[in-house]
Design a protein around this ligand. Structure first.
Ligand code: HEC
Ligand code: HEC
Ligand code: HEC
Ligand code: HEC
Ligand code: HEC
Ligand code: HEC
Length: 467
């Protein structure tokens, strides 16, 4: 039987293009639809602020160090009216200076404060009402926004935005391969078509060589440009999650001194590590528990501790906080008086000026610690699960932090790193949590198994680690 022309599908460039277009649209449609109801610009602005300022203590949807932020505005509107002011007005004041709201006697705020064991929320006097609106907007709609990672990365101060690069790249490679296969099929069908024509004795118009096909070259150029553009943008965002990354921090805080020499427990500062998904970076209030009194360090004298005082608007000379309307001249004079004591033998004016400028630049603002460890958005990692249930030491994953003057990323944080440990590490079957694995308990007793690893309880299943 000869190859029938009628059965040969018409695989023209247009058809190939349509199929590809359909495929790409399917891939992206999820994002397009999700963006429908959402003010994306606000959502992005809110997300970026939330991640850099609030996420160390809050999640949108779950309790952490502080309450879930979703629908906080509604709660304040309902319960927050006090002393002639509306709950909404109080809410803005709360975010800017929660301590002031608590001391005003505000009922709802004091209720919360007691409920959260009198943890002190950081102060954010620099946030405008619009920025607070953005954050709350993001929290209310956190699960509805789209990706727009480029815009978000541009205004994230500390690399807080995580990259979704690897998953997307994977998809693009898939698109590329499909296009390639389509191209080959197109040539094959062309040849079959010609053979059929030859058999039927029809006249053959010679096909022009492939590089002379304008439609096809245009299509390929578009694909290449889009792919390269995406790749460049994404890899730029992926920066910051790498082994040995040890950025300089705004205050020369030393783990070697605090966690090493003075043996302060990791969880005194990173209390989130055993309670929640994230391990928090402590607020400056935690530093003040000690540094109200410890006004001088062995290496840096008063220079670095001055930044703590400036950030929290504290006057070390008389032990009070600067008033809201304190003039910068007053703040400067007090800081000079404090710093001067470092130079008793005679003031080195240049050093003093430098220390003063560095401290003043941080006045009354949350400290912008540079984030070091940062997994991509598509990975789920939970500290409490490892620290509490798994009893894994901080040092196993983070190295000997108590010997680091400056924190450096110890582990590669790659998928292989997680999986290898899950294959090797035994889980503590005495844990109540594992009563459900009856068969394993029996096998352990009978000697059929000598240990149960994290892998055995499902720790290498894709969906355990990927959203
Ligand atoms: C250092 C930890 C910490 C940080 C950082 C933090 N908060 Fe809080 N927040 C708390 C705690 C703790 C509470 C509960 C009240 C208390 O104990 O002071 C709280 C309560 C709140 C509430 C009241 C919630 C309710 O249910 O009514 C809002 C609103 C809020 N925070 C907003 C923010 C925003 C916005 C940011 C970022 C700009 C932020 N917080 C950053 C710890 C924090
Ligand atoms: C006195 C408070 C304090 C103590 C105690 C403390 N830390 Fe920290 N930790 C910080 C601060 C502040 C930062 C952010 C600045 C920095 O990276 O040095 C930080 C950063 C980190 C980071 C890097 C976070 C990132 O951005 O990825 C890790 C990991 C860490 N600490 C682990 C530990 C471990 C483990 C211990 C106990 C051995 C410990 N810390 C003890 C205050 C503390
Ligand atoms: C539990 C008490 C405690 C806490 C909490 C604490 N520190 Fe310290 N800090 C100390 C002690 C003790 C010293 C060393 C004093 C000395 O040796 O003279 C010190 C010294 C310092 C120095 C001076 C280092 C030098 O070599 O000159 C800096 C800077 C500093 N701390 C920053 C911080 C920051 C930032 C925080 C909050 C994240 C913090 N500390 C929290 C106890 C504490
Ligand atoms: C099983 C490995 C593992 C253990 C154990 C572990 N961490 Fe982490 N830690 C990580 C990973 C992975 C990240 C990055 C998380 C991310 O980007 O979401 C991280 C991030 C952090 C951060 C930055 C803030 C954050 O949550 O992203 C701090 C601070 C931190 N760890 C402190 C600690 C402390 C303190 C302990 C011990 C009480 C500890 N970690 C135990 C793996 C671990
Ligand atoms: C040092 C060893 C170690 C490393 C590294 C490690 N884990 Fe784990 N992981 C454990 C242990 C132990 C458990 C079991 C905890 C328990 O008993 O529930 C666990 C459990 C888990 C679970 C729950 C599994 C289940 O079946 O319920 C997830 C999810 C997880 N890890 C994610 C990660 C990710 C993501 C990484 C890498 C970023 C990682 N882990 C790195 C030791 C590790
Ligand atoms: C124990 C946790 C864990 C499990 C289980 C896991 N992954 Fe991953 N995966 C990760 C981490 C962490 C990364 C981020 C690695 C990085 O950014 O370098 C990752 C990244 C990826 C990527 C992006 C490409 C890359 O290497 O960066 C793909 C695709 C992926 N995983 C697919 C899978 C599939 C498919 C499975 C199931 C067979 C799976 N993962 C199971 C932790 C896990």
């Amino acid at each position: 039987m000869t190859f029938s022309r009628l059965n040969a599908p018409k695989l023209t460039v247009r058809n190939v293009f349509n199929v590809l277009l359909l495929f790409i649209l399917t891939l992206t449609s999820q994002t397009i639809f999700a963006q429908d109801a959402i003010d994306q610009a606000r959502w992005d602005a809110g997300k970026s602020l939330f991640k850099s300022q609030c996420q160390s203590c809050h999640l949108p949807d779950k309790k952490m160090t502080g309450p879930a932020l979703q629908y906080a505005r509604e709660r304040w509107i309902e319960n927050g009216d006090y002393d002639g002011k509306s709950g909404e007005e109080w809410l803005y004041e709360w975010v800017k200076n929660s301590s002031a709201v608590i001391s005003s006697g505000h009922t709802y705020a004091n209720g919360l404060y007691n409920e959260y064991d009198k943890s002190v929320m950081s102060l954010f006097p620099q946030l405008t009402n619009e920025q607070i609106d953005d954050i709350l907007y993001y929290a209310d709609n956190y699960d509805k926004g789209g990706s727009a990672p480029v815009a978000a990365a541009a205004n994230a101060p500390t690399g807080a935005v995580q990259s979704t690069f690897p998953m997307k790249t994977f998809l693009w490679i898939l698109v590329g391969s499909l296009a390639f296969i389509a191209l080959i099929l197109w040539r094959v069908f062309g040849m079959l078509d010609r053979m059929a024509k030859e058999k039927a004795g029809e006249e053959i118009t010679p096909t022009p060589p492939i590089w002379q096909n304008k439609k096809l070259t245009t299509l390929l150029t578009i694909v290449v440009v889009v792919f390269l553009g995406y790749y460049t943008a994404s890899s730029a965002m992926g920066l910051g999650r790498q082994q040995s990354y040890a950025p300089e921090q705004p205050i020369k805080y030393s783990h070697e001194l605090h966690a090493g020499k003075y043996q302060i427990d990791c969880q005194y500062c990173h209390s989130g590590a055993s309670q929640s998904k994230h391990s928090n970076i402590p607020s400056i209030n935690v530093c003040m528990n000690c540094h109200k009194n410890i006004q001088q360090g062995p290496q840096h004298g008063r220079k670095e501790i001055a930044k703590i005082y400036s950030a929290i608007a504290y006057n070390p000379n008389n032990g009070t906080y600067f008033a809201d309307d304190a003039s910068m001249d007053e703040v400067e004079a007090e800081l000079i008086a404090y710093l001067k004591q470092d130079y008793e033998a005679g003031v080195d004016q240049t050093e003093l000026d430098e220390a003063l400028d560095a401290a003043l630049a941080m006045y009354n603002k949350p400290v912008e610690w540079v984030r070091i460890h940062n997994l991509p958005d598509h990975v789920y990692f939970n500290h409490a699960q490892h620290v509490n249930a798994g009893k894994v030491e901080c040092q196993t994953c983070h190295g000997n932090i108590q010997e680091m003057e400056v924190v450096a990323q110890h582990a590669p944080l790659s998928m292989g790193w997680c999986i290898n440990c899950h294959r090797e590490t035994e889980v503590d079957m005495g844990n109540n949590y594992y009563q459900v694995y009856e068969k394993y308990h029996e096998d352990l007793k009978s000697g059929a198994m000598d240990k149960v690893t994290v892998e055995d309880i499902g720790g290498t299943e894709c969906q355990k680690c990927h959203y």
